[in-house]
Design a protein around this ligand. Sequence first.
Ligand code: FPP
Ligand code: ZN
Length: 488
Amino acid sequence: MTSVNQPLPKHALDDEYPTKTSALQRETEDILQAHVAQGAPTLDRSAHLQFLIRNLVQGFPARYISQDASQPWLMYWTLQSFSVLQVAVDPVNKQRAIDTIMAWQHPDGGFAGGSGQAAHLLPTYASICSLAIVGRPGPGGGWDQIDREKLYKLFMSLKQPDGSFIVSEHGEVDVRGIYCLLVSAYLVDILTPELIEDTAAFIASCQTYEGGFASASHPYYAAQEDKNTPLQCISSPRPNLGEAHGGYTYCALAAWVLLKPFLPEEGAPSIDVKRLLRWAVNMQGSETEVGGFRGRTNKLIDGCYSWWGGGEFALLEALGVSGHREHAPLRPQHEAGPTEEWVGSDDSVFNRDAMQRFILLTAQHPAGGLRDKPPKHPDAYHTLYCLAGLSVAQHRVTQSPARRSELRSAWTPKPEIKYDMVRKTAFTEALCWSEEEGSSIIIGPASNRVNASHPLFNLTMTHSEGIMAHFYKQTLPKRFVRAPPKVA
Ligand code: FPP
Ligand code: ZN
């Protein structure tokens, strides 16, 4: 055993059988460690803001042409990056953004990846979240121009007999789409028992032997007596499709947390939370990888999993897992034993200090924007998910029982609207998250502090509250109202 004072081995242990993969792993570790040795862990806020402003105001560089069907995502990644950096968009650019987003609304409901394209669950989430950031009630404000009836019809038309959803007409089933649908339905108040019937069972069926979740699972149907008998999905066999992955796991787990308040007390489907926790903690890279997260077993770490992987721990806490190390299985440390620094300054199940150092020292591009890892270029997607990852490492956001009961007592029933109890549950469960006082950890200067993100939506708390209070027709208790951020 190496003592904590001995130097860290440069490379993670492997089986000493060189392959292209093991060479790339070693090369990556060398590059990461060189960045750690050179830099200071300071968030270059102004370079990132310039990167974001350039994209929002002047438009994206030509190489983004391949993202023509992801225009709402480019908008969301950019706007939410501003929010994480605690910067509000000025009124003129807000209005430009609202008008652009509304042009993506499909005449038959939902939002498309671009004007004239087909409605799809993923851009629907990105558009609605973007509107949560820049929109407002009233004419031209976006919120009241969302066609919620058509949106609901679209969602129901995409529903499959096994409780899953296809992402678009003739599209595939994928847990990312289900996450996007559930967040959209929560935010604009269109959740119903019919919409989510059997969806939790489908999510549960995507958990793999590793503990994480795959993109989907394969349905089998009972033999039909005749063509007119409705298709009946059988619960077994139900093989999951593909390997556990951080992106799918975040989506499946968030979907599960969104569905959990509506599960029946008896006979509900279940997931293996212990196995999931074990998998999730093991996705954080070792000290030789500076504590970044990987998306799947034996792959390279990547800055975007700071959110998809690091974001899973708050959700696990909502399922009753203690976020504190003494109650949870420890991640296996490097065989040489952890150095003092690697242990981290608190007792969280993942190393919050290391993840911040990974983002600050390796994922920031010197010219602004954040990236997968050096020497890659920055892009809009990695900029958001690295910043959001920095946010989950800095802030510990959990569901507060006190806040939950305060919201429940303040609820104003609207008997004229169907499913008042469902609405009340969705509203209170979504908005009872708050940052545990005294639990933030900021690596580097105090100016590195970024905004906390809602663990389920990846919006700020303020934006989540604003849009939900509007659609649920509720007034939030006074002490919930926070000061607005400064304008860019
Ligand atoms: C593998 O890419 C990536 C996937 C299989 C999909 C990942 C899914 C997400 C990131 C979630 C997205 C969420 C929403 C809401 C749309 P790769 O092989 O290039 O990367 P890897 O080597 O890191 O696995
Ligand atoms: Zn990535």
